[in-house]
Design a protein around this ligand. Structure first.
Ligand code: F42
Length: 144
């Protein structure tokens, strides 16, 4: 069984710990925004380690939309490279855990439709898009 390596970012690591230790009943929103967060368990593309990444919850039917925004930083969050290398993930959405497969969204039309759902769920995504030259990676997680 691969080892779990927690995030080096304190507030992120702490949110995962609270979310999971409470069985998905606490730590399920982004600070005091009341906006829902999911935890994506993914596999390190270099270490093969288990990584747990909290992301905003954006639903499209049974699918989740995963946005590599990293606050509009100039570089991608490295979990993007994990998903590109290993498509099988687990998505914890409060008390439910789903085995899912991710695919990166390349089609412009699909991306435009999904981006509207993302911004509706978490308006700051629109600011992040303006803040960076890079194309923010978007993945669809579908039930495995
Ligand atoms: N980040 C987003 O991008 N979008 C969101 O919607 C979002 C929401 C959110 C809500 C709550 C919360 O607590 C955090 C939230 N975040 C969101 C932040 C998110 O959880 C990540 O912390 C952030 O996106 C940065 O992701 P990252 O994968 O770049 O994290 C860094 C800090 C990290 O963990 N680095 C590790 C390290 O040791 O420096 C390595 C992690 C890793 O995956 N390593 C790979 C491996 O093989 O193990 C190799 C990766 C590579 O290719 O270099």
């Amino acid at each position: 069984m691969a080892e779990y390596i927690p995030s080096p970012t304190d507030w992120v690591r702490e949110q995962v710990e609270l979310y999971e230790s409470s069985g998905g009943t606490e730590g399920t929103t982004l600070r005091d925004t009341g906006l829902s967060v999911i935890v994506v368990t993914n596999r390190g593309n270099k270490t093969g380690a288990i990584r747990k990444t909290p992301l905003m919850r954006v639903k499209d039917g049974d699918n989740y939309i995963l946005v590599g925004s990293r606050g509009g930083a100039p570089t991608n969050p490295v979990w993007v490279y994990n998903l590109r290398a290993h498509a099988d993930v687990q998505v914890r959405d409060e008390t439910e855990v789903h085995d899912m497969r991710v695919r990166e969204v390349d089609d412009e039309e699909e991306r435009a439709r999904l981006w509207e759902l993302c911004v509706a769920a978490f308006p700051p995504y629109a600011d992040y898009k303006k803040a960076t030259e890079r194309t923010i990676p978007v993945f669809v997680a579908e039930p495995a």
